[in-house]
Design a protein around this ligand. Structure first.
Ligand SMILES: *Cc1c(COP(=O)(O)O)cnc(C)c1O
Length: 949
């Protein structure tokens, strides 16, 4: 046996555990187990056609060599992406630290106080720089954030009688091109009409509900929008502003000008460009729109003892609850990147940020002046970091590329140069030399940065920001390192124990998959760099697309969507375009089973579809007769079925082929939600079950870490007939021949983290991938077997097997006064993160162990669940003072002098022996959600200004 095979590292159970596990399950072999689990008619007959697996060492060499094909030029392209200095302390302690990147979305607040605090810092930074009242904890990118702003303004317009039937949205022609494309995609299906124009000519017509401006404009001109916004507000037209976060350090904030929403990216706050992403987009608005705000909001509340605690606020706004009434489908966001950007603000503080912003501005001013001396004229009358010069673009481009510099070439004689944090005097002199050479002149040399200001006096920011202590005390590396560690210790991540989140597939994020993200020849490339400079990326992305085609059985893939929900939306838009290409403009009905994830109906609503919910049988399967009736009833207008496979009930429905056939017979397409792809890879695939398109959550099945709630990558894979409609990008074309407009801002979405999935597939190969699926099924069935007799499993396949996950029935415990939440909180005392709570069935737990967990860990988890079951047995509905209701137990509780609970301290915190060896202490007692929702505070509490020195 090859002991250096990556599969042996990725897959948890050891060969000599296998027999014991199979005995427990009651299966003769893995093959027999799989046979009893997966319907035979959908089983693949041949192994996946992939290249032989590489070892970790081989992969890292390969990725190093491929990286050398990327040419890392100095980037002055701008357009929303800038080189940034990732502080080494943040790179090492957050970005490269599994304590941060393997955490789950902070639904279990008591064991997530660290990242919740980091996100509160992020929100505070956004609120104060934008001048708004509330902010969320990140969106996917600036383009989609702008689209969310449009959707919010469209949604809230009905609060104003006069605007009820108004559908026009003004878009300044200064908007970034990729943002415009995303707005186009999002506007049409929901019935918004975009009107693009010059904001100075806008007539504030009564038929407009909103507008969006870019601040500074796409090529750097700084406009004073105060007059526009005030006039718009008088005319009840709400204004969103897409703003550059660094410029807000120096310029009057859009909030102070009266904006209703401010969006943008925090990429230049210490996040690598990564050929397009991932980066955290920000979204800030007014308190009055809090219920319409997309995404997750971190808020302050109290715990059982009245101590300050954080948690995700106002969750009833989210798509899980709103389903087809949702105006946003955002689920996975960009938490890890938001944490990093927030830490960047913590580390630099207001003075450090000001220093950086001043330096960037001074670099632009200095260069503009020196170019002027060369006779190269600059045309922006006011600017922060980007200048526009008149010169022969063809000549300049050739010389610039020889010097390894990229500018943005607007047309043949107009060039934009965007300055950034990394610009040095020497870089400025190179830029001058390039332009001098193009003009055939002697160059001029600068030795110091200019000090004058080149934006309007009236826009000089006068309001203070980041005065809270947290932004003013962690400025030495020791202080920052300890602050990051202090927060990390409050959070339970995969580096502590199994996180068995059903549907979310929290598997190993292997170090060898992660290492390439830190390599400079991968992370420092601008998404709009000339494509030939990104040869390494182009090869890697193409290979990944091909690998995903093989895995899904489909013909084409786009990597553009940067979350699963974004993929759903992309897939539905592709289906929409396909129907329209055949003249079927009326096909707009989406059939969605009741058990679907909330993002499914939300995405369908965004794609302008009418949602019809189909029934589920008692066995948890799609009710085929109900589906047939509805498909036939709506056959003239049927657009598609959205189906998750295996179902969210953890079962491979035997009738899937019949179901997909039925949809096709009635003129519809089949969209498969691929969140459960971990139960398919190598055994079956979406093409085989009859789907036309699916999304994959690369952050579930394909090993991208959850990052505490993002980043994600949600590519869609499509059958041949849908390939022409895959989305493009307005700057670097991608996609099919009759491509739809952009789904997200960057041509290949969050390209940097695609390296992880590429590594996962390349190192596992066909056999490793297939074994991963088999072991995921084995581990799930092992847990099912061990818990049987203690907990009922809600649904099973026809031969009694679970797929890769299972739902545990917890509703009967209500008789004992125990809710499923009590079990979730009690698991913390046992050192475990709860499985998925109340999805897809309220009052249940959905467990998915994944293939990465070993037998010892599965046993510890089962021991904990069984011990909790005994505690439930001992509970009574009358007595609320018990070990479950009081869970989780903190160290502070345990070490008080008086202990007046009706159980011992040991029963509270060390109920099983294994715990004392590796105790995890929740840092707060149970949080009070209702209190926090009544008193929404989503920034660091304002305190007296605390400044260093
Ligand atoms: C996770 C999940 C989604 C949404 O994916 P995101 O990446 O969070 O947007 C959709 N459907 C199912 C079944 C899921 O588990």
């Amino acid at each position: 046996m090859k002991t250096d095979a990556f599969a042996l590292r990725h897959i948890g159970p050891r060969e000599n555990d296998l027999q014991h596990m199979l005995n427990t399950i009651g299966a003769e072999s893995i093959e027999q187990l799989i046979y009893e689990t997966l319907p035979d008619d959908i089983r693949l007959k041949a192994p996946l056609n992939l290249e032989p697996a590489l070892t970790e060492y081989e992969f890292l060499n390969h990725i190093q060599q491929l990286g050398n094909k990327n040419k890392v030029f100095k980037s002055y392209i701008g357009l929303g992406y800038h080189p940034a200095i990732v502080p080494a302390a943040i790179q090492r302690n957050v970005f490269e630290n599994p304590g941060w990147y393997t955490a789950y979305t902070p639904y279990q607040a008591e064991i997530a106080q660290g990242r919740l605090e980091a996100l509160l810092n992020y929100q505070t930074t956004v609120i104060e720089l934008s001048g708004m009242e509330i902010a969320n904890a990140s969106l996917l990118d600036e383009g989609t954030a702008a689209a969310e702003a449009m959707a919010l303004l469209f949604d809230v317009r009905t609060r104003d009688q006069k605007k009820n039937n108004v559908n026009k949205f003004f878009v300044s022609e200064e908007i970034l091109p990729q943002t415009l494309s995303v707005l186009q995609t999002r506007s049409t299906p929901i019935g918004v009409e975009l009107v693009v124009g010059n904001h100075e000519d806008f007539a504030f017509g009564a038929d407009f509900f909103g507008a969006i401006l870019q601040y500074p404009g796409k090529y750097g001109q700084v406009f004073d929008y105060a007059g526009f916004i005030s006039k718009a507000n008088t005319n009840e037209i709400k204004v969103a502003v897409a703003a550059d976060i660094l410029s807000l350090v120096k310029l009057t904030s859009p909030g102070e000008m009266g904006a209703a929403v401010v969006v943008g990216t925090t990429q230049r706050f210490g996040i690598p460009m990564g050929y397009g992403g991932p980066h955290a987009a920000f979204f800030a608005t007014k308190e009055e729109y809090k219920r319409s705000m997309p995404g997750r909001i971190i808020g302050v509340t109290v715990d059982t003892n009245g101590n300050r605690a954080l948690r995700m606020a106002l969750q009833t706004r989210e798509q899980h609850i709103k389903r087809e009434k949702a105006t946003s489908n955002i689920c996975t966001a960009q938490v890890l990147l938001a944490v990093m950007a927030g830490m960047y603000a913590v580390y630099h503080g207001p003075k450090g940020l000001e220093y950086i912003a001043d330096k960037v501005h001074a670099s632009a001013v200095t260069t503009a002046e020196a170019l002027n001396q060369l006779g190269v004229y600059q045309t922006n009358t006011a600017f922060f970091d980007t200048i526009v010069v008149k010169a022969d673009a063809v000549k300049v481009k050739a010389i610039a590329e020889r010097n390894e510099f990229n500018f943005y070439y607007i047309d043949n004689d107009t060039i934009a140069i965007a300055f950034n944090e990394t610009t040095s005097i020497s870089d400025i002199n190179t830029i001058l030399a390039i332009f001098a050479e193009a003009a055939g002149k002697e160059t001029v040399t600068v030795t110091a940065l200019a000090t004058q200001i080149n934006y309007p006096q009236g826009l000089n920011r006068t309001s203070t920001f980041l005065t809270h202590e947290v932004f003013n005390k962690h400025h030495s590396e020791t202080a920052l390192m300890r602050y990051i560690k202090k927060l990390e210790r409050k959070d339970l991540a995969l580096n502590h124990s199994m996180i068995s989140l059903g549907s979310c597939t929290m598997k190993l994020n292997a170090a060898a998959e992660m290492l390439p993200l830190s390599m400079p020849n991968w992370n420092n490339i601008h998404p709009f760099a000339p494509i030939e400079q990104a040869a390494g990326y182009q090869t890697m992305l193409k290979k990944l697309e091909e690998q995903l085609n093989v895995v899904t059985g489909f013909a084409g893939t786009t990597l553009q969507p940067n979350s699963g929900a974004q993929g759903e939306y992309a897939g539905l838009m592709v289906i929409r375009a396909y129907h329209q290409s055949r003249g079927d403009h009326h096909r707009n009905i989406a059939l969605i089973p009741a058990s679907a994830h909330g993002t499914n109906p939300a995405s369908a609503a965004l794609a302008g579809m009418k949602i019809i919910v189909t029934k589920t049988t008692e066995e948890g399967n799609i009710d085929v007769e109900d589906l047939r009736a509805k498909a036939i009833e709506h056959k003239d207008n049927l657009s598609c079925l959205m189906v998750t496979y295996p179902s969210t009930h953890g079962v491979y429905e035997a009738s899937i082929i019949e179901i997909t056939k039925l949809i096709h017979e009635n003129g519809g397409q089949v969209y498969m939600d691929g969140a459960n792809m971990n139960a398919q890879v190598g055994l079956t695939n979406p093409a085989t079950i009859g789907a036309d398109v699916c999304h994959l959550n690369l952050h579930k099945t394909f090993a991208i870490p959850h990052g505490g709630g993002g980043p994600g990558v949600g590519p869609i894979c499509v059958a041949e007939h849908l390939v022409p409609f895959l989305p493009t990008n307005p700057v670097i074309p991608t996609g099919g021949e009759t491509a739809i407009t952009a789904i997200s801002a960057a041509p290949w979405g969050s390209a940097l983290v695609c390296l992880i999935s590429y590594g996962y597939i390349t190192m596992l190969g066909a056999e490793g991938l297939t074994n991963a699926t088999k072991y995921a099924i084995l581990n799930a069935n092992y847990i099912k077997a061990r818990l049987s007799g203690h907990y009922d499993t809600l649904y099973s396949g026809e031969m009694g097997r679970a797929a890769h996950e299972m739902i545990l029935e917890c509703r009967p415990f209500k008789e004992k006064g125990i809710e499923v939440t009590d079990i979730a909180k009690r698991l913390m005392d046992y050192g475990f993160h709860a499985p998925t709570v109340s999805f897809p069935v309220a009052g249940t737990l959905m467990i998915e162990p994944t293939e990465s967990e070993n037998l010892e860990e599965l046993d510890r988890f089962c021991d904990a669940m069984i011990a909790i079951r005994k505690e439930i047995e001992a509970a009574t509905a009358e007595e609320k003072n018990n070990v479950l209701k009081n869970a989780p137990h903190t160290l502070a509780m345990l070490t008080t002098d008086t202990w007046d609970f009706p159980y011992t301290r040991q029963e509270a915190a060390f109920p099983l022996e294994y715990i004392s060896d590796n105790k995890f202490w929740p840092s707060v007692r149970r949080v009070d959600d209702a209190y926090g929702d009544r008193n929404l505070i989503c920034s660091c509490a304002p305190i007296e200004a605390y400044m260093e020195n």
